[in-house]
Design a protein around this ligand. Structure first.
Ligand SMILES: NC(=O)c1ccc[n+]([C@@H]2O[C@H](COP(=O)([O-])OP(=O)(O)OC[C@H]3O[C@@H](n4cnc5c(N)ncnc54)[C@H](O)[C@@H]3O)[C@@H](O)[C@H]2O)c1
Length: 402
Protein backbone atom coordinates (compact mmCIF):
# COMPACT_ATOMS: atom_id res chain seq x y z
CA UNK A 1 0.00 0.00 0.00
CA UNK A 2 1.14 3.54 -0.74
CA UNK A 3 1.40 6.29 1.87
CA UNK A 4 1.75 9.99 1.01
CA UNK A 5 3.12 12.20 3.80
CA UNK A 6 2.91 15.99 3.32
CA UNK A 7 4.12 19.02 5.35
CA UNK A 8 7.46 17.69 6.70
CA UNK A 9 6.05 15.05 8.99
CA UNK A 10 8.60 13.74 11.48
CA UNK A 11 10.95 10.95 10.36
CA UNK A 12 9.52 8.66 13.09
CA UNK A 13 6.34 8.33 11.03
CA UNK A 14 8.32 7.29 7.95
CA UNK A 15 10.24 4.69 9.95
CA UNK A 16 7.09 3.26 11.56
CA UNK A 17 5.22 2.97 8.26
CA UNK A 18 8.19 1.68 6.24
CA UNK A 19 9.00 -0.99 8.82
CA UNK A 20 5.40 -2.20 8.54
CA UNK A 21 5.94 -2.72 4.80
CA UNK A 22 4.29 0.37 3.33
CA UNK A 23 5.70 2.42 0.47
CA UNK A 24 6.11 5.97 1.77
CA UNK A 25 6.40 9.12 -0.35
CA UNK A 26 7.22 12.38 1.42
CA UNK A 27 6.64 15.96 0.24
CA UNK A 28 7.71 19.06 2.13
CA UNK A 29 4.73 21.41 1.67
CA UNK A 30 0.95 21.33 1.72
CA UNK A 31 -1.07 20.74 -1.48
CA UNK A 32 -4.17 22.54 -2.66
CA UNK A 33 -7.37 20.61 -3.40
CA UNK A 34 -6.65 19.82 -7.07
CA UNK A 35 -3.00 18.94 -6.43
CA UNK A 36 -4.06 16.69 -3.58
CA UNK A 37 -6.63 14.81 -5.66
CA UNK A 38 -4.00 14.20 -8.34
CA UNK A 39 -1.37 13.11 -5.81
CA UNK A 40 -3.74 10.69 -4.08
CA UNK A 41 -4.31 8.40 -7.10
CA UNK A 42 -3.51 4.89 -5.88
CA UNK A 43 -2.66 6.14 -2.37
CA UNK A 44 -4.15 4.33 0.66
CA UNK A 45 -2.96 6.66 3.42
CA UNK A 46 -2.55 10.42 3.54
CA UNK A 47 -0.51 12.05 6.30
CA UNK A 48 -0.89 15.80 6.88
CA UNK A 49 -0.34 18.46 9.51
CA UNK A 50 -2.51 21.53 9.90
CA UNK A 51 -2.17 23.25 6.50
CA UNK A 52 -3.61 20.68 4.07
CA UNK A 53 -7.40 20.85 3.75
CA UNK A 54 -8.96 17.43 3.19
CA UNK A 55 -12.37 18.36 1.85
CA UNK A 56 -15.44 16.32 0.93
CA UNK A 57 -14.42 16.72 -2.74
CA UNK A 58 -11.02 15.17 -2.00
CA UNK A 59 -12.63 12.21 -0.17
CA UNK A 60 -15.12 11.59 -2.97
CA UNK A 61 -12.48 11.84 -5.71
CA UNK A 62 -10.05 9.42 -4.00
CA UNK A 63 -11.73 6.03 -3.57
CA UNK A 64 -8.41 4.32 -2.77
CA UNK A 65 -7.99 6.34 0.41
CA UNK A 66 -8.44 4.24 3.56
CA UNK A 67 -7.00 6.50 6.27
CA UNK A 68 -5.92 10.07 6.95
CA UNK A 69 -3.36 10.71 9.67
CA UNK A 70 -3.41 14.21 11.15
CA UNK A 71 0.15 14.39 12.53
CA UNK A 72 -0.89 17.17 14.88
CA UNK A 73 -3.46 17.76 17.61
CA UNK A 74 -6.51 19.19 15.81
CA UNK A 75 -8.59 17.76 12.95
CA UNK A 76 -10.45 20.92 11.85
CA UNK A 77 -8.66 20.75 8.49
CA UNK A 78 -10.41 17.46 7.68
CA UNK A 79 -14.07 17.13 6.72
CA UNK A 80 -14.83 14.38 9.25
CA UNK A 81 -18.40 13.70 8.18
CA UNK A 82 -17.26 13.26 4.55
CA UNK A 83 -14.51 10.93 5.81
CA UNK A 84 -17.11 8.84 7.66
CA UNK A 85 -19.43 8.73 4.64
CA UNK A 86 -16.56 7.43 2.48
CA UNK A 87 -15.38 5.01 5.18
CA UNK A 88 -12.03 6.77 5.64
CA UNK A 89 -10.54 6.45 9.14
CA UNK A 90 -9.02 9.61 10.62
CA UNK A 91 -6.36 9.52 13.34
CA UNK A 92 -4.63 12.29 15.29
CA UNK A 93 -2.41 12.68 18.36
CA UNK A 94 -4.36 14.57 21.01
CA UNK A 95 -2.01 13.82 23.92
CA UNK A 96 1.50 13.79 22.45
CA UNK A 97 2.28 17.33 23.61
CA UNK A 98 0.91 17.11 27.17
CA UNK A 99 4.34 17.26 28.80
CA UNK A 100 5.39 20.21 26.62
CA UNK A 101 2.40 22.26 27.85
CA UNK A 102 3.07 21.33 31.47
CA UNK A 103 6.72 22.39 31.28
CA UNK A 104 5.76 25.78 29.82
CA UNK A 105 3.23 26.32 32.61
CA UNK A 106 5.88 25.58 35.25
CA UNK A 107 8.34 27.93 33.53
CA UNK A 108 5.74 30.71 33.38
CA UNK A 109 4.66 30.36 37.01
CA UNK A 110 8.27 30.77 38.10
CA UNK A 111 8.84 33.61 35.61
CA UNK A 112 5.86 35.55 36.93
CA UNK A 113 6.72 34.89 40.58
CA UNK A 114 10.20 36.35 39.88
CA UNK A 115 8.88 39.09 37.54
CA UNK A 116 11.36 37.90 34.91
CA UNK A 117 9.77 39.69 31.97
CA UNK A 118 9.82 42.99 33.87
CA UNK A 119 13.47 42.54 34.91
CA UNK A 120 14.44 41.43 31.40
CA UNK A 121 12.73 44.45 29.77
CA UNK A 122 14.48 46.84 32.18
CA UNK A 123 17.90 45.32 31.47
CA UNK A 124 17.35 45.65 27.70
CA UNK A 125 16.56 49.34 28.33
CA UNK A 126 19.82 49.74 30.29
CA UNK A 127 18.18 49.80 33.75
CA UNK A 128 19.97 47.87 36.55
CA UNK A 129 17.32 47.27 39.24
CA UNK A 130 18.77 44.75 41.70
CA UNK A 131 16.02 44.17 44.23
CA UNK A 132 14.07 41.35 45.89
CA UNK A 133 10.90 43.41 45.86
CA UNK A 134 7.95 41.51 44.35
CA UNK A 135 10.03 38.33 43.78
CA UNK A 136 8.94 35.06 45.37
CA UNK A 137 9.87 31.41 45.46
CA UNK A 138 7.09 29.08 44.32
CA UNK A 139 7.93 26.55 47.02
CA UNK A 140 5.12 26.48 49.57
CA UNK A 141 2.79 28.55 47.35
CA UNK A 142 -0.71 27.37 46.41
CA UNK A 143 -1.63 26.42 42.84
CA UNK A 144 -5.21 25.95 41.61
CA UNK A 145 -5.70 23.78 38.52
CA UNK A 146 -9.04 24.10 36.72
CA UNK A 147 -9.54 20.98 34.56
CA UNK A 148 -7.71 17.91 35.90
CA UNK A 149 -7.36 15.98 32.65
CA UNK A 150 -4.17 14.88 30.90
CA UNK A 151 -2.43 18.23 31.24
CA UNK A 152 -3.89 19.36 34.56
CA UNK A 153 -3.07 16.12 36.35
CA UNK A 154 0.51 15.96 35.00
CA UNK A 155 1.02 19.57 36.07
CA UNK A 156 -0.23 18.57 39.53
CA UNK A 157 2.64 16.09 39.86
CA UNK A 158 5.35 18.47 38.63
CA UNK A 159 4.11 21.39 40.73
CA UNK A 160 4.13 19.25 43.87
CA UNK A 161 7.70 18.21 43.15
CA UNK A 162 8.55 21.95 43.22
CA UNK A 163 7.00 22.16 46.68
CA UNK A 164 3.73 23.83 45.63
CA UNK A 165 0.46 22.98 47.37
CA UNK A 166 -1.94 21.86 44.64
CA UNK A 167 -5.72 22.30 44.59
CA UNK A 168 -7.87 21.32 41.62
CA UNK A 169 -11.41 21.57 40.36
CA UNK A 170 -12.89 19.40 37.60
CA UNK A 171 -16.49 18.96 36.47
CA UNK A 172 -15.84 15.20 36.42
CA UNK A 173 -15.04 13.11 39.47
CA UNK A 174 -11.22 12.91 39.20
CA UNK A 175 -8.86 11.07 41.48
CA UNK A 176 -6.38 13.38 43.25
CA UNK A 177 -2.74 12.56 42.49
CA UNK A 178 -0.09 12.83 45.20
CA UNK A 179 -1.21 15.22 47.93
CA UNK A 180 -3.43 17.39 45.71
CA UNK A 181 -6.67 18.65 47.23
CA UNK A 182 -9.90 18.31 45.28
CA UNK A 183 -12.29 21.32 45.42
CA UNK A 184 -16.05 20.87 45.11
CA UNK A 185 -16.59 24.11 43.19
CA UNK A 186 -14.69 26.66 41.13
CA UNK A 187 -15.48 29.27 43.79
CA UNK A 188 -13.85 27.13 46.49
CA UNK A 189 -10.72 26.75 44.36
CA UNK A 190 -10.49 30.47 43.52
CA UNK A 191 -10.70 31.41 47.20
CA UNK A 192 -8.03 28.85 48.17
CA UNK A 193 -5.08 29.59 45.89
CA UNK A 194 -2.55 32.24 44.85
CA UNK A 195 -2.12 31.02 41.25
CA UNK A 196 -4.92 29.80 38.97
CA UNK A 197 -4.22 27.89 35.76
CA UNK A 198 -6.88 26.74 33.25
CA UNK A 199 -6.67 23.34 31.54
CA UNK A 200 -10.29 22.73 30.58
CA UNK A 201 -11.29 21.18 27.26
CA UNK A 202 -12.93 22.95 24.34
CA UNK A 203 -16.58 21.95 24.90
CA UNK A 204 -18.96 24.73 23.84
CA UNK A 205 -20.29 25.16 27.38
CA UNK A 206 -16.84 26.45 28.40
CA UNK A 207 -17.17 29.67 26.38
CA UNK A 208 -16.55 32.65 28.67
CA UNK A 209 -16.39 30.61 31.90
CA UNK A 210 -13.71 32.97 33.18
CA UNK A 211 -14.69 36.66 33.36
CA UNK A 212 -14.92 39.63 35.76
CA UNK A 213 -16.84 37.60 38.37
CA UNK A 214 -14.21 34.84 38.53
CA UNK A 215 -11.26 37.26 38.56
CA UNK A 216 -12.95 39.13 41.45
CA UNK A 217 -13.15 35.84 43.40
CA UNK A 218 -9.38 35.29 43.07
CA UNK A 219 -7.13 36.36 45.93
CA UNK A 220 -5.58 39.86 45.61
CA UNK A 221 -2.17 39.86 43.85
CA UNK A 222 -2.60 36.33 42.52
CA UNK A 223 -1.38 35.00 39.18
CA UNK A 224 -3.46 33.67 36.28
CA UNK A 225 -2.58 31.37 33.38
CA UNK A 226 -4.53 30.09 30.40
CA UNK A 227 -2.94 27.58 28.03
CA UNK A 228 -6.20 25.73 27.26
CA UNK A 229 -8.59 27.48 24.84
CA UNK A 230 -8.84 31.19 24.02
CA UNK A 231 -12.62 31.43 24.11
CA UNK A 232 -12.92 30.39 27.77
CA UNK A 233 -11.55 33.72 29.06
CA UNK A 234 -12.85 37.29 28.72
CA UNK A 235 -9.60 39.14 27.89
CA UNK A 236 -11.06 42.61 28.57
CA UNK A 237 -12.00 41.48 32.09
CA UNK A 238 -8.49 40.03 32.50
CA UNK A 239 -6.95 43.33 31.42
CA UNK A 240 -9.09 45.19 33.98
CA UNK A 241 -8.05 42.76 36.74
CA UNK A 242 -4.37 43.32 35.82
CA UNK A 243 -4.45 47.12 35.42
CA UNK A 244 -6.36 47.54 38.70
CA UNK A 245 -3.57 45.61 40.43
CA UNK A 246 -5.95 42.88 41.63
CA UNK A 247 -3.89 40.33 39.67
CA UNK A 248 -0.09 40.48 39.87
CA UNK A 249 0.56 38.74 36.56
CA UNK A 250 -0.80 36.56 33.78
CA UNK A 251 0.48 34.14 31.17
CA UNK A 252 -1.68 33.54 28.11
CA UNK A 253 -0.92 31.20 25.20
CA UNK A 254 -4.36 30.96 23.57
CA UNK A 255 -6.63 33.73 22.29
CA UNK A 256 -10.29 34.07 21.30
CA UNK A 257 -9.16 35.01 17.82
CA UNK A 258 -5.73 33.89 16.62
CA UNK A 259 -3.91 34.77 13.37
CA UNK A 260 -4.30 31.97 10.82
CA UNK A 261 -0.66 32.18 9.73
CA UNK A 262 2.63 33.74 10.81
CA UNK A 263 2.09 36.44 8.17
CA UNK A 264 -1.01 37.87 9.85
CA UNK A 265 -0.71 40.50 12.61
CA UNK A 266 -1.67 39.77 16.22
CA UNK A 267 -3.51 42.10 18.55
CA UNK A 268 -4.93 41.66 22.06
CA UNK A 269 -6.15 43.84 24.94
CA UNK A 270 -3.38 42.17 26.97
CA UNK A 271 -0.51 43.70 25.00
CA UNK A 272 1.77 46.20 26.73
CA UNK A 273 1.04 45.14 30.33
CA UNK A 274 3.71 44.54 32.99
CA UNK A 275 4.33 40.95 34.11
CA UNK A 276 2.10 39.53 31.38
CA UNK A 277 3.60 36.76 29.25
CA UNK A 278 1.99 36.35 25.82
CA UNK A 279 2.94 33.39 23.63
CA UNK A 280 1.57 32.43 20.16
CA UNK A 281 -0.20 29.14 21.03
CA UNK A 282 3.11 27.31 21.43
CA UNK A 283 2.32 25.43 24.64
CA UNK A 284 2.55 22.08 22.86
CA UNK A 285 5.06 23.07 20.17
CA UNK A 286 8.32 21.26 20.86
CA UNK A 287 10.57 18.93 18.89
CA UNK A 288 9.85 16.18 21.41
CA UNK A 289 6.09 16.49 20.85
CA UNK A 290 6.65 16.27 17.06
CA UNK A 291 8.74 13.13 17.51
CA UNK A 292 6.05 11.49 19.59
CA UNK A 293 3.29 12.52 17.18
CA UNK A 294 5.18 10.85 14.27
CA UNK A 295 5.54 7.61 16.13
CA UNK A 296 2.05 7.65 17.66
CA UNK A 297 -0.08 8.46 14.59
CA UNK A 298 2.11 6.23 12.39
CA UNK A 299 1.49 3.34 14.80
CA UNK A 300 -2.29 3.86 14.87
CA UNK A 301 -2.39 3.80 11.07
CA UNK A 302 -0.32 0.61 10.87
CA UNK A 303 -2.62 -1.05 13.41
CA UNK A 304 -5.68 0.01 11.39
CA UNK A 305 -4.33 -1.20 8.06
CA UNK A 306 -2.93 -4.50 9.29
CA UNK A 307 -5.57 -5.47 11.86
CA UNK A 308 -8.54 -3.10 11.35
CA UNK A 309 -8.17 -1.71 14.86
CA UNK A 310 -9.62 1.77 15.26
CA UNK A 311 -8.06 2.74 18.59
CA UNK A 312 -8.06 6.57 18.87
CA UNK A 313 -9.79 7.08 15.52
CA UNK A 314 -11.54 10.45 15.52
CA UNK A 315 -14.50 9.27 13.45
CA UNK A 316 -14.90 5.45 13.31
CA UNK A 317 -16.45 3.19 15.99
CA UNK A 318 -13.92 1.71 18.38
CA UNK A 319 -12.93 -1.92 17.81
CA UNK A 320 -9.63 -3.27 19.11
CA UNK A 321 -9.03 -7.01 18.91
CA UNK A 322 -6.16 -9.46 19.10
CA UNK A 323 -4.28 -10.36 15.93
CA UNK A 324 -6.40 -12.85 13.95
CA UNK A 325 -3.45 -14.69 12.41
CA UNK A 326 -1.89 -15.27 15.83
CA UNK A 327 -5.27 -16.50 17.05
CA UNK A 328 -5.45 -19.03 14.18
CA UNK A 329 -8.00 -17.44 11.81
CA UNK A 330 -7.52 -17.41 8.05
CA UNK A 331 -9.13 -14.09 7.28
CA UNK A 332 -10.37 -10.94 8.99
CA UNK A 333 -13.33 -9.12 7.46
CA UNK A 334 -13.60 -5.40 8.25
CA UNK A 335 -17.08 -4.19 7.47
CA UNK A 336 -18.03 -0.55 7.92
CA UNK A 337 -21.73 0.02 7.42
CA UNK A 338 -24.68 2.32 8.04
CA UNK A 339 -25.89 1.80 11.59
CA UNK A 340 -29.37 0.39 10.93
CA UNK A 341 -31.06 -2.65 12.48
CA UNK A 342 -30.32 -6.11 11.10
CA UNK A 343 -26.95 -5.63 9.35
CA UNK A 344 -25.12 -8.07 11.62
CA UNK A 345 -27.87 -10.67 11.22
CA UNK A 346 -27.82 -10.36 7.41
CA UNK A 347 -24.06 -10.55 7.35
CA UNK A 348 -23.97 -13.64 9.54
CA UNK A 349 -26.68 -15.29 7.44
CA UNK A 350 -24.40 -14.92 4.41
CA UNK A 351 -21.62 -16.58 6.41
CA UNK A 352 -23.90 -19.42 7.50
CA UNK A 353 -25.14 -19.94 3.93
CA UNK A 354 -21.68 -20.96 2.78
CA UNK A 355 -20.73 -22.84 5.94
CA UNK A 356 -18.13 -20.38 7.15
CA UNK A 357 -17.25 -20.59 10.81
CA UNK A 358 -16.91 -17.35 12.80
CA UNK A 359 -13.88 -17.56 15.09
CA UNK A 360 -14.35 -14.12 16.65
CA UNK A 361 -16.64 -11.15 16.04
CA UNK A 362 -16.70 -7.60 17.42
CA UNK A 363 -19.27 -4.94 16.61
CA UNK A 364 -19.22 -1.30 17.65
CA UNK A 365 -21.40 1.61 16.60
CA UNK A 366 -20.82 5.35 16.67
CA UNK A 367 -23.60 7.66 15.53
CA UNK A 368 -24.59 6.63 12.02
CA UNK A 369 -21.72 4.15 11.60
CA UNK A 370 -21.44 0.49 12.50
CA UNK A 371 -18.15 -1.41 12.31
CA UNK A 372 -17.89 -5.14 12.61
CA UNK A 373 -14.64 -7.09 12.65
CA UNK A 374 -15.12 -10.79 11.94
CA UNK A 375 -12.41 -13.46 11.99
CA UNK A 376 -13.26 -16.51 9.92
CA UNK A 377 -11.85 -19.78 8.70
CA UNK A 378 -13.20 -22.00 5.96
CA UNK A 379 -13.44 -22.50 2.18
CA UNK A 380 -14.73 -20.19 -0.52
CA UNK A 381 -13.88 -17.01 1.36
CA UNK A 382 -13.62 -14.90 -1.80
CA UNK A 383 -17.23 -15.55 -2.81
CA UNK A 384 -18.24 -14.43 0.66
CA UNK A 385 -16.58 -11.03 0.38
CA UNK A 386 -18.19 -10.56 -3.05
CA UNK A 387 -21.58 -11.10 -1.43
CA UNK A 388 -20.89 -8.87 1.58
CA UNK A 389 -20.02 -5.92 -0.59
CA UNK A 390 -23.49 -6.09 -2.13
CA UNK A 391 -25.24 -5.58 1.25
CA UNK A 392 -27.01 -2.22 0.77
CA UNK A 393 -25.72 -0.91 4.13
CA UNK A 394 -22.05 -1.48 3.25
CA UNK A 395 -19.87 1.66 3.25
CA UNK A 396 -16.48 -0.02 3.07
CA UNK A 397 -15.40 -3.65 3.05
CA UNK A 398 -11.81 -4.74 3.52
CA UNK A 399 -10.22 -8.08 4.23
CA UNK A 400 -6.88 -8.95 5.81
CA UNK A 401 -5.53 -12.47 5.28
CA UNK A 402 -3.32 -14.31 7.75
N1 LIG B 1 -1.58 25.64 24.41
C1 LIG B 1 -1.38 24.57 23.69
O1 LIG B 1 -0.55 24.54 22.79
C2 LIG B 1 -2.19 23.34 23.98
C3 LIG B 1 -1.65 22.09 23.69
C4 LIG B 1 -2.38 20.96 24.02
C5 LIG B 1 -3.65 21.08 24.58
N2 LIG B 1 -4.17 22.31 24.79
C6 LIG B 1 -5.51 22.47 25.41
O2 LIG B 1 -5.39 22.18 26.80
C7 LIG B 1 -6.67 21.77 27.29
C8 LIG B 1 -6.54 20.56 28.17
O3 LIG B 1 -6.01 19.48 27.43
P1 LIG B 1 -6.06 17.99 28.02
O4 LIG B 1 -5.38 17.12 27.03
O5 LIG B 1 -5.63 17.99 29.42
O6 LIG B 1 -7.63 17.74 27.95
P2 LIG B 1 -8.46 16.65 28.76
O7 LIG B 1 -9.69 16.43 27.97
O8 LIG B 1 -7.61 15.48 29.10
O9 LIG B 1 -8.83 17.38 30.15
C9 LIG B 1 -9.74 18.43 30.25
C10 LIG B 1 -10.34 18.34 31.63
O10 LIG B 1 -11.12 19.52 31.86
C11 LIG B 1 -12.30 19.13 32.57
N3 LIG B 1 -13.27 20.21 32.38
C12 LIG B 1 -13.95 20.52 31.25
N4 LIG B 1 -14.69 21.62 31.45
C13 LIG B 1 -14.46 22.02 32.73
C14 LIG B 1 -14.92 23.10 33.51
N5 LIG B 1 -15.74 24.01 33.01
N6 LIG B 1 -14.50 23.18 34.79
C15 LIG B 1 -13.65 22.26 35.31
N7 LIG B 1 -13.18 21.21 34.61
C16 LIG B 1 -13.56 21.10 33.32
C17 LIG B 1 -12.67 17.81 31.96
O11 LIG B 1 -13.54 17.07 32.78
C18 LIG B 1 -11.30 17.16 31.82
O12 LIG B 1 -10.94 16.44 32.97
C19 LIG B 1 -7.54 21.53 26.06
O13 LIG B 1 -8.42 22.62 25.89
C20 LIG B 1 -6.54 21.50 24.91
O14 LIG B 1 -7.11 21.91 23.69
C21 LIG B 1 -3.46 23.44 24.53
Amino acid sequence: MKVLLLENIHENAVTTLTQAGFEVEQRAGALDEDELIEALAGVSVLGIRSKTQVTARVMEACPDLLAVGAFCIGTNQIDLSAASEQGVAVFNAPYSNTRSVVELVVAEIISMARRLTVRNDAMHRGVWDKSASGSHEVRGRTLGIVGYGNIGSQLSVLAESLGMKVFFYDVDDKLALGNATRCDSLGELLASVETVTLHVDGRTGNAGIFGAEQFAQMQPRSLFLNLSRGFVVDHHALRDALTSGHLAGAAVDVFPSEPKSNNEPFSSPLQGLDNVILTPHVGGSTQEAQEHIGYYVGGKIVDFLTAGNTSMSVNLPLVVTENHAAAGSARRILHLHHNVPGVLARMNQLLADIDVNIDRQNLATRGELGYVVTDISGEDLDSLTDKLVTLPETIRLRTVDA
